[in-house]
Design a protein around this ligand. Structure first.
Ligand code: 2IT
Length: 450
């Protein structure tokens, strides 16, 4: 047990008591690093861990906008440029009322290791605002995005920092943000943001990439277990872009999502969300009502359970939480174990409390895969969008999909290799943390005192 690692952990606990999500993610990543720190005394020599838990730069800014009634509103904007050792800062923007520094910092820390795992040259960042998009008109969203970008534009750029979407920020918001950037700067600058519309530099498959990538990763896990995806039933949470991508790719590959949820409760569709009609309905429901998934149950005549989560359903093989952080707590984790689920793949960022994650990892019959690996296909395709923009090329759907699939295979394989190198067996959580960390650590050491 490394004394150095524990001293940095204590430091983080002491200095970030008011940012519990950040402490949580540092504890989670560090729990995998003991053997690495023990084997590599050079990390302690350059105080690498303490450097790594400190964002290179993090700032807040004022965002002032006017609603349709002429009322003024002031929100807080954030950008955390966490680590730029392996490439320009890269990461999404989240617009949600609960956003504060602790959420942005935890997401930026996670993003650093996730982006490293993609194998592409992108550093880690995250940003957003406590602005709540629910119930806002299109004109209000546009004015907010314009005000947000007016404050942010001078700190980003294609070689500096490339934002994208996250919760509350989709294609529409990226369009308004990009429009404002272009209006102010008067240049294209390789698109600056990713997740753009395909008419103006966006990559094909980007909206589906996180969900598709998660299912490709799942296929690798199943292959390792001499199992296949055909006929598998999946429980997920959420019905946004990510859950929708999982539903669609699972359906392509002969599996089906039979449970999904929203803030109002969960839906059980034993036939699965597999038809185009159902998949299109999910998209439409997401666009018109991000707070309620009950309309799906009403439309297709299936069960809706209000104010509950699907965790613990016995008639599924795989759980893939894809909604938000800390969605699965220890009680849900125990239900998942009791239901005899074999595969637990995190898809949302940090969807499992550390207590629940440790419990699930301790269950002999459950394979646990971490979000920083499973959801990395989203940012991976964002990096492919950056490549296409800088080369002034447009890749076909097949090309992007093939890159994405290979990326997920390689993320799985490099995690397996990293865990094996430290004698940890088939441990995808430790493997992802170690593989993601090692690359960033080496880059930081190579670049000297920074
Ligand atoms: O959590 C994530 O990886 C994202 N929200 C996507 C980030 C990106 O730059 O595409």
């Amino acid at each position: 047990m490394s004394a150095y690692l524990n001293s940095v952990l204590d430091y983080v606990r002491k200095t970030h008591g008011d940012e519990p999500e950040f402490v949580q993610t540092v504890e989670e990543v560090f729990s995998s690093l003991k053997p690495v720190i023990d084997k590599h005394p050079e990390y302690e020599k350059v105080d690498l861990l303490k450097r790594m838990v400190e964002p290179e730069r993090m700032f807040t800014f004022r965002v002032v906008w006017m609603d349709d009634e002429g009322q003024w509103h002031t929100n807080r904007g954030f950008r955390c440029q966490f680590n730029g050792a392996i490439g320009p800062y890269k990461g999404g923007l989240r617009f949600q009322s609960n956003v504060y520094s602790g959420i942005i910092k935890f997401l930026g820390f996670e993003q650093t290791f996730k982006n490293s795992l993609t194998g592409l040259p992108i550093g880690g960042a995250k940003g957003g605002s406590d602005f709540d998009p629910a119930g806002k008109s299109d004109a209000e969203i546009m004015r907010f995005c314009q005000a947000f970008m007016t404050a942010l534009y001078r700190y980003i750029g294609p070689d500096t920092d490339v934002p994208a979407g996250d919760m509350g920020v989709g294609g529409r918001e990226i369009g308004y943000l990009f429009g404002q950037y272009r209006r102010i700067k008067g240049t294209w600058e390789n698109g600056v943001l990713t997740g753009k519309g395909v008419q103006y530099g966006g990559s094909l498959i980007r909206p589906e990439a996180t969900g598709y990538g998660a299912v490709y990763y799942l296929c690798e896990v199943l292959k390792h277990e001499n199992d296949t995806i055909e006929g598998k039933k999946i429980a997920t949470s959420g019905y946004g872009n990510v859950a929708w991508g999982i539903m669609k790719k699972a359906a392509h590959l002969g599996a089906k999502v039979t449970y999904f949820s929203g803030p109002d409760g969960y839906v059980h569709d034993p036939d699965g969300v597999i038809t185009d009609e159902k998949l299109d309905f999910i998209l439409q429901m997401r666009a018109t009502d991000p707070m309620h998934c009950k309309p799906y149950a009403d439309k297709f005549g299936c069960e809706f359970v209000p104010n509950a989560k699907p965790w613990g359903a016995k008639d599924v093989d795989i759980c893939m939480p894809a909604a938000m952080q800390n969605d699965v707590d220890i009680n849900s984790a125990k239900k998942i174990a009791e239901a005899g689920i074999k595969y637990y793949l995190e898809v949302a960022n940090m969807p499992t409390t550390n207590e629940a994650l440790n419990f699930l990892r301790g269950c002999e019959n459950i394979i646990v895969a971490p979000s920083k690996a499973v959801n990395a296909g989203g940012v991976g395709v964002s990096a492919l969008e950056m490549s296409q923009n800088s080369e002034r090329l447009v890749w076909t759907e097949e090309e992007v999909d093939e890159h994405l699939r290979n990326m997920m295979i390689s993320i799985h394989d490099s995690s397996v290799k990293a865990a094996e190198e430290y004698g940890l067996g088939y441990d995808l959580v430790d493997g992802a943390n170690i593989a993601g960390f090692t690359k960033v650590a080496q880059a930081m050491i190579d670049q000297g005192c920074f």
